[in-house]
Structures are given as structure tokens and as C-alpha cells.
Design a protein around this ligand. Structure first.
Ligand SMILES: [Zn+2]
Length: 250
């Protein structure tokens, strides 16, 4: 039997469905990721208006049928349209990468309120950021933290093999964390990593969002951090986050 749910939600993505409708993927506070049909939403003057735009924070009402994966959206009201974010192609590209990551890595209908609030914090920070160049640390921080919430954080506070706080020389993708100078020969997939990059990755895991939005980072450190995070994600999802490629052009 169907049941009506109302929940705060963030629009992850849309795809066309039949002649005039969309299938919309929501990340909801109450139920996690949910797929709904928004009937008639591609018709001019649809009641849904701009509420289904990707990266919009809204209040959604939907009919949920427990035996199905696809439910029916009844109402969607905008709570925050993030206008500065939507008007800026570069910032939207960063938001899209994060939302694609959530879509790829979360199962349907498993609520995770910390992940919901992490997505919301990212969108609020991207909305308020002063310079587009500040978006990159926000992206890497989001991916690091969302990986942690999914149960596969990169271990950064010690050597994964000997558990000591000896000098770190690299990160092992297969083991998922930092390796010290004494253990460097015990793993065959070590990615070299400077002390500055390890420090940067640790900082991204814990720093306040408004501080990250004002950060200026050395390019070499950022490139190394990016390669490490991307390799970590690819290994755990067994898929490449294609939207990250687009970021090279914005
Ligand atoms: Zn060690």
C-alpha cells in the first residue's frame, strides 16, 4: 500500500521519462536516495517549475510504494534555489561532481542524515564563495568526508601497516591510507606523497567550511591530493567519476 512522505530533499539528477515527464533522483533527509516520477514536469507551466533543477534544496511530497523502486512525486517546494550557484557554470560543475558521487555511491532508501547535511553544507558554501578558484578544496573535502561517511575513509593519522606515527612517504590505494618510511617496501601500489600533501588531506578532513572557501593552495600539493582522492574513489566504486574530467575546462 502506498504511503505519503514529506521530506527535505536535494535534487541529484533528472532524466526524461515518456513524453512530458521526468524521473528525478532525490537525496532526502528521511529516506536517503529516492527515485520519483514527476508527471508532466516537462510541460510548460508545470506545477514543479524550477524546483526540480539539479542542486536545489526543496521540500518534497511523494507517494511511496514499498514494493517498487520508483515512486510518484506529488509536490515539490523550493527551500533554497542557490541562485549564485546556478548562475555560475564553474561552481555548478563542482556541485555536479559531488552530486554524481553521491548518486553513484549510495544505495536506494538508506537514510543518512550526516550525508544529507554534508551535501547541504557544500551547496551553501559554493553559493557563498567569493572566488571560483576556492571551489576546488571544497570538492576534495566533500569527497574525502563523504567517503568517510560511506565507511571507507582514507586513513591519514598514522601508518596503516605498523600503526606508528613515523614519517609518511606515500599512500596505498589498495590499503586505503598512509604508509611510513619503514614500511614503504611492504606494499606494491604506493603513490608517493609529500608531507605537505598529507597535511593538506588531514586538514581537508576536519577544517571548517568557511575557512576552506578562503584557502589558497599550492598547485603541486593540490594535484597530488586530487590524484590520491580520485584513485581512492575509483578503487572503492570501481567506476571513474567522469564529471571530474570536465573540471579541467571550467
Ligand atoms: Zn609503517
Amino acid at each position: 500500500m502506498s504511503r505519503i512522505y514529506r521530506s527535505e530533499a536535494i535534487i541529484l539528477r533528472n532524466r526524461h521519462f515518456l513524453e512530458s515527464s521526468k524521473i528525478t533522483t532525490l537525496y532526502t533527509l528521511e529516506m536517503g536516495k529516492v527515485e520519483v516520477v514527476a508527471k508532466g514536469s516537462r510541460r510548460p507551466g508545470s506545477q514543479f517549475g524550477a524546483s526540480l533543477d539539479t542542486a536545489t534544496h526543496c521540500s518534497a511530497v511523494f507517494y511511496h510504494r514499498p514494493e517498487r523502486d520508483l515512486h510518484t512525486l506529488s509536490q515539490c517546494d523550493i527551500l533554497n534555489p542557490f541562485p549564485e550557484l546556478h548562475d555560475n557554470l564553474s561552481r555548478m560543475a563542482y556541485a555536479a561532481s559531488c552530486l554524481q558521487f553521491v548518486d553513484l555511491t549510495t544505495p536506494l532508501e538508506e537514510p543518512h542524515d550526516k550525508l544529507f547535511h554534508l551535501i547541504l553544507m557544500l551547496l551553501r558554501t559554493l553559493e557563498a564563495v567569493e572566488h571560483d578558484t576556492s571551489c576546488r578544496p571544497l570538492l576534495w573535502a566533500f569527497l574525502l568526508r563523504a567517503s568517510g561517511l560511506s565507511g571507507w575513509a582514507i586513513v591519514l593519522d598514522r601508518c596503516l601497516l605498523c600503526n606508528e606515527e613515523a614519517p609518511i612517504v606515500g599512500i596505498s590505494a589498495s590499503l586505503g591510507g598512509t604508509i611510513c618510511t619503514n614500511c614503504r617496501d611492504s606494499t606494491d601500489d604506493l603513490v608517493a606523497c609529500s608531507p605537505g600533501t598529507v597535511k593538506f588531506l588531514r586538514w581537508l578532513s576536519t577544517a571548517r567550511w568557511e575557512r576552506m572557501a578562503r584557502l589558497s593552495v599550492d598547485h603541486a600539493v593540490e594535484d597530488q591530493a586530487q590524484a590520491i582522492i580520485r584513485q581512492h574513489i575509483n578503487r572503492h566504486t570501481e567506476r571513474d567519476l567522469t564529471s571530474l574530467d570536465f573540471l579541467a575546462y571550467v
